[in-house]
Design a protein around this ligand. Structure first.
Ligand code: BGC
Length: 273
């Protein structure tokens, strides 16, 4: 076991972070780089945003590359893993984060909207996790860098448990992700692969910009958050870096809600009956 006093928690490890050119993915990439990991910053559009993050990490003495891939495309996912392994030798950590919303009232939701969200949020998680697990099993534990052969962290959502009218495709994708994570965790634990989810609440990112962009919107959102503030991307990034580290070595199959209490049923805070 590496001595934690002399090295950063993710020193010598390689992380792929999907959807890492904005929002929560960007924070995870930056936090894991700060914790010592070499990072593949995945993006599908806006390469300039990915390149800027890579430049920042490299300028700070870290190691990063930008890798384009649509996570719902099997060949592109495999090419992303191959490019990362070419650059950094292996992969130790997958932060499967890429996700989107394509909202519509249920009666109007098209098959294309349903399929698009399921493809990116759920099938994308499957394809990336499978590729990561293949590399972890092939390589096995490297005791000099980590007690685990590999770590997979899904970015889920409070909506893996909170139903969400008007967002049925999105909530379904996150509910499915819960079983993707737990069943994979059960199957891969004997290989010493840890699989977990972080379930963010409302975090200030482009995905929910309208929900916090004006003071009135933010006030309405705060009604749902007992802790009294909307989250920042680094609230998730730091938890992800910890979850990937050996400090969390006995954590597998867990969903950690990082939501300022959104899942505490705040509507009941005044009691009833
Ligand atoms: C959604 C956001 C929403 C938050 C809390 C997230 O998973 O992507 O749009 O603000 O959940 O409801």
């Amino acid at each position: 076991m590496p001595s934690s006093s002399t090295r950063a928690p993710l020193d010598g490890q390689v992380a792929i972070v999907t959807g890492a050119n904005s929002g929560i993915g960007e924070a995870i990439a930056r936090a894991m780089a700060a914790a010592g990991a070499a990072v593949a910053v995945n993006y599908v559009v806006q390469p300039e945003a990915a390149n800027a993050i890579v430049s920042d990490i490299n300028a700070a003495g870290g190691r990063a590359i930008a890798v384009q891939a649509d996570v719902s495309n099997e060949a592109q996912v495999q090419a992303m893993f191959a490019a990362t392994i070419r650059a950094f030798g292996t992969v130790d950590i997958l932060a499967s984060n890429a996700g989107l919303q394509d909202d519509a009232p249920f009666l109007d939701m098209t098959l294309a909207q349903w399929q698009h969200v399921l493809d990116i949020n759920l099938t994308g998680g499957f394809l990336c996790a499978r590729e990561a697990a293949r590399e972890f099993v092939r390589r096995g534990v490297r005791p000099d860098v980590s007690r685990a052969a590999g770590k997979i962290i899904f970015t889920s959502s409070v909506h893996q448990m909170i139903p969400w009218a008007g967002h049925v495709n999105y909530a379904t994708s996150k509910g499915g992700m819960m079983q993707l994570m737990e069943s994979t965790a059960q199957e891969l634990a004997p290989h010493r692969i840890r699989v977990n989810s972080i379930a963010p609440g409302a975090i200030k990112t482009p995905i929910n910009h309208a929900a916090w962009a004006t003071p009135a919107a933010e006030q309405a959102l705060l009604e749902l958050i007992p802790y009294g503030r909307v989250g920042e991307p680094m609230d998730i990034g730091k938890v992800a870096a910890w979850m990937a580290s050996d400090d969390a070595d006995y954590v597998t199959g867990a969903t950690l809600f990082v939501d300022g209490g959104m899942t505490l049923f705040p509507g009941f805070s005044t009691g009833h009956g």
